[in-house]
Design a protein around this ligand. Structure first.
Ligand code: ANZ
Ligand code: ZN
Length: 846
C-alpha cells in the first residue's frame, strides 16, 4: 500500500457518499430515537471562511457522535440569503443581487462538499427563494391577525449612509453596525412586532436554559430585556388637567424629589413648552434641535456635562405637596418609562450632576450611615465586640461631595417612612400611593418592540396592500407569495424609501377588498424574520401547503444542539425565542424554547488578532483546505483547544495533524486482515487504552471536550504503533481492535481517513453509521499494585492498592490492617515510613 494521500482519499469517498446519501434523516420506518443538530446557517457573502470551518466542524462532530450512539440525526444546511450585503454589492458593482447571492451559495456549497459535514442535503433551503419567503409572509399575516404585527409612526434609528432604518440592536455605541456611520433619528411609519408583550416570558424562560447555554449569552439576553421593578408615581402639573406618571426604581426616595425632568423630544415636553412664555419656547426649541442629533448612548453617558432648559412649569409632589420645577434635559429618554422622571439628586448620580450644574436643591432622605440589618458593609465593633457608630462617618452631603448616596440605609426627612429600610420604605410608599390612587407598583423593560420594516430591495416583501378606502388590507393567502419584482430597471441606491415603490407594475394593484386602486406596501422585512423560524422549515423544506408540519416538529424539535457565533447572542436568539413562543401560543408547537443547548465557538485569530484582508493576515479557508485537506484541517481545529476559546492560527499545526492521520491510516493497512478475531486474546495493556477511550469519549464529546478526544486518539495510535513495533506485532487481536476503534472515533473529526481505514480493515462503508463499541467493564478497572506492610522489618500484610495512592492513604490502610493491629497490640508506634505505593514500615517499641 502506498503513502497516505488525502487528496486521493477525498476524491475516492466523496462520490460514494453523494451516491449513497447516508445522512438523510427521517427515513420511513426508522424507529431510532432522534436528535436535531443545527449550525447557524451561513450568509452567502463570498466563500466559506475559517470561522465556518470551525463552527461547522464542531457541529458535525456532535452530529456524527449521536449517529454512532444509535440516533437518527437531523443535521440540515441552508442559506440566510436575503440582506444588505447582496444589495450593497449590487450597487457597487452593478450586478444583480439575486445573481450575486446564488453564485456565492454555489461557491460555498462546493466548499462544503469538500469539507464533508454530514448534512442532509435533501433539506437544503435558501431564505431568498419564494418557496421560503412565502412562509415569512404567512408568519407576518399570522402575527398581523393577532395584533402582534402593527404599524406606527415613530422616531426611528436612521443610518444616513445606508439610508435605512436600523433596529436598536443594530446600533452599536451610536453607530451603524454595518457601516459605522453615526446613527441619527428620523420620523417614519414602520412595521413592528410586539416582542415587548413577551418580555416577561423571554426573561423567565432563560432559567430553563441555565447550564445548557453559555452563561454569557444568558446574561446578555437578560440585560437586553432589562426588566426593572419599581413604581409609577403620578404627579399633578400646575395648569394641566391630567396628572403625569413617572417611572422610578426608588419610590422610597419620593420625599427627596426636588425637581422633575422630561425628555426634550417627548410630546409632553412640547406640550409643556407650548404653555410657557415665548422666551422659554424659543430656548426649548433651540435645545431640542441639538438633542435630536445625539445618540441614546451619548444621552445616557454619565461623564458629559449636563445640559437642559427650565420650562417654567411646576409639578406637585403627591406625598408632601411641594412644588417641583420642571426641566427638559437630554439625559431623560423619551421612549423609556414615561419619558419623565422625578429627580432625586441626593441619591441618583445623574440627577445630582444636573442639580449641581443648575443650582437646584439636594435633599438627603436615606441616611446611608445608619446600619441596616443583614446588609454589608458590616457595622464596626469596638474592642469589647460592641457595635458602635464611628464619629468620622462620611458626611451626608452629596451637594458638596458631588457623590450621590446610592447605598442602603434608613429613611430620614420622609414623614411616615422615617426609620424604615429601603425595601420596607418601597413597600410602604407604594401602599400609600395605591390607597390614594396616585401610583402603583410597576415594571419597566429596556426591550423595545422589534422594528421589522426595511426600505431596501433584497428582502421579503411585506404582504399588505394599502387602500385609500379600506386601509391596510392583508394579501389573501391564495395570492402568496408576493414575489419580489426583478431588480432590473430599479434604482437600488438607498434614498430613504424602498426601491420597490418605483416598480410601478408591481406596486399598483387592485384592493383585495373593494377592488379599487391600491398600492402594495413597498418595505421588505428585516432578515432576522427569516432566521427566526428557519429551524422549523428544515422539517418540511419543500412543502407548499404549510410552513412546517407540527407533527414533524413534535418528532424533531426543539433543536438538541445549536452551534454558532456569540455575535448572535442577542438578536437572532431573542427573535427565534420570541417567534417560537408565538407559534406555541397559536398551538403549532408544544415547546417554548427553540434551542435546548447552545455552543458558541471561539474565533479563529492570527497572531492574536482578528483576521482581515486589510491587515493582510487572512487565513483563507480555500487555500488551507487545498494545502492540508479536510481531515487535517478539521483535526487541527478540534485539537486547538476547548471549542469556546479563540484559536490562534499561528499556534496550530495542520501538518502535525496530517502526520497523525497518516500514522493512524498506516496502521489500518498493517493489521491482520480478518475481522473475526477473538478480542480477548490480544495485548491486555493496549486493550485497556482502547476501552478506556471507548468509555470516556462519550462524556468528553457531550461536554464539548473535542480537543481531549483528539489527544486521546493520538495516545491510542501511538500505543498501537508501539504494540506493533516492539510487542504483540501487527497480527495481534488487540492491534486490530484498536485500529477499528480509532477509525470509528476518528470519524467525528476526519471522516475521509476514517472511511478509508474502515475499508482497509475489510468493512463496507460507511463507518459513520457504525454503532458505538461497548467498553468492556473488566478492562476499565484500574490496575492495582501490591503494597507490603512490615512491622519492625517483618512482613505482616500485603494489600492491593491503586498505583496512584497517596502516602497518607497508604499509611492509613496499613495501620488499619487487621494483621498489623494484632501484631502491634498495645505497644507504642515510634515511627512509620511510607514508600507509596509499594511499602510501609512501622517501627514499634519493645
Ligand atoms: C427616582 C430615582 C431615585 C431613581 C434614585 C433612581 C435612583 P432602570 O434601572 O434603568 O430602569 N428613569 C426613569 N425613566 C427614565 C427615562 N425615560 N430616561 C432616563 N432615566 C429614567 O432606571 C430607572 C431609573 O432611571 C428611575 O428611577 C429613574 O430615576 C430613571 F435614588 O427615579 B429613578
Ligand atoms: Zn379597498
Amino acid at each position: 500500500p502506498g503513502a497516505y494521500d488525502f487528496a486521493a482519499i477525498q476524491a475516492k469517498w466523496l462520490p460514494v457518499w453523494e451516491e449513497s446519501k447516508p445522512f438523510e434523516a427521517g427515513r420511513p420506518g426508522d424507529k431510532k430515537p432522534r436528535k436535531y443538530i443545527l449550525d447557524m446557517f451561513p450568509y452567502p457573502s463570498g466563500d466559506l471562511h475559517m470561522g465556518h470551518a470551525e463552527a461547522f466542524g464542531y457541529g458535525d462532530t456532535v452530529a456524527r457522535y449521536w449517529r454512532h450512539q444509535g440516533f437518527d440525526v437531523l443535521h440540515p444546511i441552508g442559506w440566510d440569503s436575503f440582506g444588505l450585503p447582496a444589495e450593497n454589492a449590487a450597487i457597487k458593482r452593478g450586478v444583480d443581487p439575486r445573481g450575486w447571492t446564488y453564485e456565492n451559495i454555489a461557491q460555498q456549497k462546493s466548499s462544503f462538499r469538500q469539507y464533508a459535514p454530514s448534512f442532509d442535503w435533501s433539506r437544503e433551503l435558501h431564505t431568498s427563494d419564494p418557496e421560503y419567503y412565502r412562509w415569512n409572509q404567512w408568519l407576518f399575516l399570522k402575527l398581523y391577525e393577532k395584533g402582534i404585527a402593527y404599524r406606527k409612526a415613530g422616531q426611528v434609528n436612521w443610518c444616513p449612509n445606508d439610508q435605512t432604518v436600523l433596529a436598536n440592536e443594530q446600533v452599536v455605541d451610536g453607530h451603524c453596525e454595518r457601516c459605522g456611520a453615526v446613527v441619527t433619528k428620523k420620523a417614519l411609519t414602520q412595521w413592528y412586532f410586539r416582542v415587548t408583550d413577551y418580555a416577561d416570558r423571554l426573561l423567565d424562560d432563560l432559567n430553563q436554559l441555565e447550564g445548557a447555554w453559555p452563561s454569557k449569552v444568558l446574561s446578555m439576553q437578560r440585560n437586553w430585556i432589562g426588566r426593572s421593578a419599581g413604581a409609577d408615581v403620578e404627579f399633578e402639573i400646575e395648569g394641566r388637567e391630567e396628572r403625569i406618571p413617572v417611572f422610578t426604581t426608588r419610590p422610597d426616595t419620593l420625599f427627596g424629589a426636588t425637581f422633575m425632568v422630561v425628555a426634550p423630544d417627548s410630546e409632553l415636553a412640547a406640550e409643556l413648552a407650548a404653555g410657557a412664555s415665548d422666551e422659554v419656547k424659543a430656548r426649548f426649541e433651540g435645545y431640542l434641535d441639538s438633542v435630536r442629533t445625539e445618540s441614546d448612548i451619548d444621552r445616557l453617558s454619565t461623564d458629559r456635562p449636563k445640559t437642559g432648559v427650565f420650562l417654567d412649569r411646576h409639578a406637585i409632589n403627591p406625598v408632601n405637596g411641594e412644588r417641583l420645577p420642571i426641566w427638559a434635559a437630554d439625559y431623560v429618554l423619551a421612549d423609556y418609562g414615561h419619558g419623565a422622571i422625578m429627580a432625586v439628586p441626593a441619591h441618583d448620580q445623574r440627577d445630582l450632576d444636573f442639580a449641581r450644574a443648575f443650582d437646584l436643591p439636594v435633599r438627603v432622605v436615606v441616611d446611608t450611615n445608619q446600619p441596616v440589618t443583614g446588609v454589608i458593609p458590616v457595622i464596626p465593633l469596638d474592642e469589647n465586640g460592641v457595635p458602635y457608630l464611628p464619629d468620622d462617618l462620611p458626611p451626608l452631603n452629596p451637594a458638596e461631595t458631588g457623590v450621590a448616596l446610592t447605598g442602603e440605609g434608613r429613611l430620614i426627612n420622609s414623614g411616615p417612612l422615617d426609620g424604615l429600610s429601603k425595601s420596607n420604605a418601597i413597600r410602604r410608599v407604594v401602599e400609600l400611593l395605591e390607597q390614594r390612587g396616585l401610583g402603583r407598583a410597576a415594571k419597566n423593560y429596556r426591550l423595545r418592540d422589534w422594528l421589522i420594516s426595511r426600505q431596501r430591495y433584497w428582502g421579503t416583501p411585506i404582504p399588505i396592500i394599502h387602500c385609500a378606502e379600506c386601509g391596510e388590507v392583508p394579501v389573501p393567502d391564495s395570492e402568496l407569495p408576493v414575489r419580489l419584482p426583478d431588480a432590473a430597471g430599479l434604482d437600488l441606491k438607498p434614498k430613504g424609501s424602498s426601491p420597490l415603490g418605483a416598480a410601478e407594475d408591481w406596486v399598483n394593484v387592485a384592493c383585495p377588498k373593494c377592488g379599487g386602486a391600491a398600492r402594495r406596501d413597498s418595505d421588505t422585512m428585516d432578515t432576522f424574520v427569516d432566521s427566526s423560524w428557519y429551524y422549523l422549515r428544515y422539517l418540511n423544506p419543500t412543502s407548499d401547503s404549510v410552513a412546517f408540519d407540527p407533527a414533524e416538529a413534535e418528532k424533531w424539535a426543539p433543536v438538541d444542539q445549536y452551534v454558532g457565533g456569540v455575535e448572535h447572542a442577542i438578536l437572532h436568539l431573542l427573535y427565534s425565542r420570541f417567534i417560537t413562543k408565538v407559534l406555541f401560543d397559536e398551538g403549532y408547537l408544544s415547546f417554548t424554547e427553540p434551542f435546548t443547548s447552545l455552543l458558541n465557538q471561539g474565533m479563529v485569530l492570527m497572531d492574536g488578532s482578528k483576521m482581515s484582508k486589510s491587515k493582510g493576515n487572512l487565513v483563507e479557508f480555500a487555500s488551507e483546505l487545498k494545502a492540508h485537506g479536510t481531515d487535517a484541517l478539521r483535526v487541527t481545529l478540534a485539537f486547538a483547544g476547548p471549542p469556546e476559546d479563540d484559536i490562534d492560527w499561528a499556534d496550530v499545526s495542520p501538518t502535525g495533524a496530517a502526520k497523525f492521520l497518516a500514522r493512524a491510516w498506516r496502521i489500518s493497512g498493517e493489521v491482520a486482515s480478518s475481522p473475526d478475531v477473538e478480542w480477548k486474546t490480544g495485548d491486555a495493556a493496549l486493550r485497556r487504552i482502547t476501552h478506556r477511550l471507548l468509555a470516556d469519549a462519550p462524556g468528553l464529546v457531550e461536554a464539548y471536550k473535542f480537543n481531549v478526544v483528539v489527544a486521546r486518539l493520538m495516545e491510542l495510535v501511538n500505543a498501537t504503533r508501539k504494540a506493533i513495533d516492539s510487542g504483540a506485532g501487527a497480527g495481534d487481536a488487540a492491534v486490530r481492535e484498536s485500529a477499528e476503534v480509532t477509525a470509528m472515533i476518528l470519524d467525528l473529526f476526519a471522516p475521509y481517513a476514517a472511511e478509508d481505514m474502515w475499508e482497509r480493515l475489510g468493512y463496507q462503508p460507511t463507518v459513520a453509521l457504525v454503532p458505538w463499541r461497548k467498553a468492556d467493564p473488566a478492562l476499565l478497572v484500574e490496575e492495582s499494585v501490591t503494597a507490603i506492610v512490615q512491622v519492625n522489618g517483618k512482613v505482616r500484610d500485603r494489600i492491593e492498592v491503586s498505583p496512584k495512592i497517596s502516602g497518607d492513604e497508604l499509611e492509613a490502610l496499613a495501620l488499619a490492617s487487621e494483621a498489623v493491629v494484632r501484631t502491634i497490640g498495645d505497644r507504642e508506634i515510634v515511627k512509620v515510613i511510607v514508600r507509596a505505593p509499594n511499602l510501609v514500615n512501622i517501627a514499634i517499641k519493645g
